[in-house]
Design a protein around this ligand. Sequence first.
Ligand SMILES: [Zn+2]
Length: 379
Amino acid sequence: MEREGIELLKESIKINSTNPGDGDEKITYFYENLLRENGINASVTTNKKGYHSIYAYVAASQDSETTLAFCGHMDTVPVGDETWLYEPLGAEEIEGKIYGRGACDMKAGTLAMVLAVIEAKKNDSLRNNVFLLITGDEEVGMTGAQELATIIPKEQIDLMIIGEPTAGYVGYVQKGVLGVRLTFEGIAAHSSAPEYGINAIEHMNKVLHEVFHDRFSLPIDPHPVLGPVISNVTKINGGTGLNVIPDKAFFEMEIRTIPNMTEQMILDKFDKIISEVKGDYPDLKANVTIFKNIPPVETDISKPEVKKFNEIYEATTNKKPIYVGIPGATDAAMFGIQTLVVSFANPELAHQVNEYVTIKQFEETITLYLNVFETNFKA
Ligand SMILES: [Zn+2]
């Protein structure tokens, strides 16, 4: 099985599934086929953006009260413009490492969970019910996970594991992302007679000044692991021509959120700023929209299922798991299920040139997942 697993990993890396790209269907077929060949009934869905995702329910070998979910994505970031040492989609094996785009993020993790569930099923040793969730479009919009979240019975799932690269650390908390746009409305006029117009850029400038003035501080303490909320103005736009008083302008902010933070805090903050600026500019018309919201995730690590996971982790690795915050967002944000993010691939290689996974990391990941599948969480 070991050599066969490595060959399958290479095969999956050779399938170009960069996102954006057109390999989504091919990589979906790879996993779907692998599951079906091994007697696992996999369903494929296509979302509004055209991305495919796979889900499969695998019942425990004997009745079980625990249902786990395992989640991995199929897409990768683009290969990039830099020159690679090895062919980026060649899956070359060099001294125990397999090189290629997606090797570490996260074809090794996704395949590890598929191979582990196949193995447990074959051996009649699957002690928990399992939902396998294999998503498309994680790297761009997370729309695959978003869609699967509407299909699967989330309330039945006791714990989800996502096999993103974490070098064996266990991620249990991650920041969210809010995208906020402030649109300013003025009145257009000829630039020779500005008194007939209202300059939307001037209004935007005043509000921007206030935003920068106190670094957009919010009434929430930093998270003990994730740290503070981080806000940045990342885009501005306005005006139509050199000789026209601009009637429209907008800016956008990206806010990296932490648990217990609400959209309302952002809206209240802007309300306050705008009403202050209105003191000087009574004509100011501003509209606040939140156009992106990936919620933060925090898993309760005192949950019995997490304690069970700790025992399995320790028995597998001879080390106690170390719990950490995940710097980016994962599909967990879309599911709202209690989630641990763990595999042995090295996250520092994700999205980099010369990305690789070692065969040892891949095999350790399969072993950990297999032990999770083969342990009765309620015993
Ligand atoms: Zn990833």
